[in-house]
Design a protein around this ligand. Structure first.
Ligand code: PLP
Length: 456
């Protein structure tokens, strides 16, 4: 097929997610047909080779084109493309993967429920938490606290949990029983005179006040990403997680740690929970579980919940929750092969080393720029935030679209992909773990050039 015909069919037929639909239909926004990929590079049908410094949507952790994973997918498809996992059925791949995940997860984790993406996994989590409290005879303990700028998916419940206005506006969200508290975003604190410790104390007080206002007996769980992702790539200030956990424990509020981005090595630790000493009751996993070679997510359920879920089925019959594609054999085979590749090639340690290198190089090259307000990150997940006035920390008006302009310049001038994060003027970097020093240098030089082109 000719590229211009594909472009026409695309605009006529394809409903793209997270896209300005009217602009796209009019042909005012770019379309690109991706053909193949290898390592950190993707290639389009026009022959452009682009360095993908965001690993798709921070998910292709093992890098593109890994034959060990594609071979495992092909072998599984040939042997058994599908069977369901209801009422005790499994496959060698799904059972092996559940063991591999539990072997690597924090010690209190007990079972894995498999889904397809991060949104449905978080949907599962909330259902299981409600089931848990109903079995314990406290149906009023139902509300879920999330954070502004948290991202947990875009379904009805998960879009409600997501603390970004775009995901609520005109969708009649958030649903009842979902509350949002202060984001641990020190750079965007309201009171510029606050120290980091004072800001953490403010986050804790806001949470305490919300719990007091609503009543602890109405609050079931708190959900958070170890490092805020889509809301701006923001590592928490020192002491944030221990202080929040103390509050949750005091009020018997469960902790759901959403590790869709951080799970399986992105922070240089197997889980963000290990990295920050989090004691989760449920951990959400997706993206890095298969490096996106096939859609697979999971809810890793802690022992405390599991015991009650088991009790619930003795009282009520089989758990009334299941997806046709839960533990799909092809996806599970991709997961097994992916974890083996990551470990055999020591990619997690490379992510840690290259993450420190990339963040350091971005800070060295851009830290003194008059419009660079913050360079931050953890592991191989980092961001540069742009401001209008650095001394007084005045932000650009969103209508100026500085972040999108810089990412567009980066792509046009240097064929490097970094993500303009959806809120604020923030350029995000989350390359595949196999990134080399030379590739990191290309990303930094290209970013400096794009920043210069847009902001001088
Ligand atoms: N949770 C987090 C932390 C995410 O970053 C995402 C997606 O980016 C999701 C959940 C939703 O995952 P999915 O898009 O696979 O539904």
């Amino acid at each position: 097929l000719k590229n211009d015909l594909l472009d026409q069919w695309d605009r006529e037929n394809f409903f793209h997610p997270s896209t300005h639909l009217a602009q796209h239909a009019r042909g005012d926004s770019p379309s690109r047909v991706i053909k193949t990929a290898s390592g950190v590079y993707i290639e389009d049908r026009d022959g452009h080779k682009l360095l993908d410094a965001f690993a798709g949507l921070y998910c292709v952790n093992a890098g593109y084109g890994r034959q060990e994973i594609t071979d495992a997918i092909a072998a599984q498809a040939k042997e058994l493309a599908y069977y369901h996992s209801y009422v005790g059925h499994g496959t060698e791949a799904s059972i092996t993967l559940s063991k591999m995940i539990l072997d690597r997860a924090p010690a209190n984790m007990s079972k894995v429920y498999f889904g397809l993406g991060g949104s449905d996994a978080n949907e599962t989590n909330i259902k299981l938490i409600w089931y848990y409290n109903n079995i314990l005879g406290r149906p009023e303990k139902k509300k879920i606290i999330s954070r502004w700028r948290g991202y947990h998916g875009s379904g009805l419940v998960t879009g409600s949990l997501t603390g970004l206005e775009l995901f609520h506006k005109k969708f009649d969200l958030p649903l009842a029983n979902v509350l949002h508290t202060q984001a641990p975003y020190y750079f965007r604190r309201e009171d510029l005179g606050q120290s980091e410790a004072e800001f953490v104390a403010h986050c804790v007080t806001s949470l305490e006040e919300m719990i007091a206002r609503e009543g602890a007996d109405t609050i079931a769980a708190f959900i958070g990403e170890p490092v805020l992702g889509t809301g701006g790539i923001v590592p928490p200030p020192a002491g944030y997680w221990p202080a929040i956990q103390e509050v949750l424990k005091k009020h018997d509020i469960l902790l759901v740690v959403d590790e869709v981005v951080t799970g399986f090595g992105r922070l240089g630790s197997m889980f963000g929970s290990d990295h920050y000493g989090l004691e989760a009751d449920i951990i959400t996993i997706a993206k890095g579980l298969t490096s996106a070679y096939a859609p697979l997510s999971g809810s890793i359920i802690g022992e405390k919940l599991w015991k009650v879920l088991e009790q619930g089925t003795d009282e009520n019959g089989p758990i009334g929750h299941g997806w046709t594609y839960s533990a799909h054999p092809i996806c599970a085979a991709a997961g097994v092969a992916n974890l083996k590749v990551i470990e055999a090639l020591d990619l997690m340690n490379n992510a840690r080393d290259l993450g420190a290198y990339l963040k350091g190089a971005l800070a060295d090259a851009l830290g003194d720029h008059p419009h660079v307000g913050d360079v931050r990150g953890e592991g191989l997940l980092c961001a540069v935030e742009f401001v209008k006035d650095k001394d007084d920390r005045i932000f650009f008006d969103t209508s100026e679209k500085i972040g999108p302009q810089i990412s567009a310049a980066l792509l046009a001038q240097s064929q490097v992909i970094a993500r303009a994060m959806p809120q604020g003027d923030i350029l995000g970097f989350a390359p595949p773990f196999c990134l080399t020093h030379a590739e990191a240098d290309i990303v930094v030089a290209a970013t400096v050039q794009a920043v210069g082109a847009v902001l001088g």
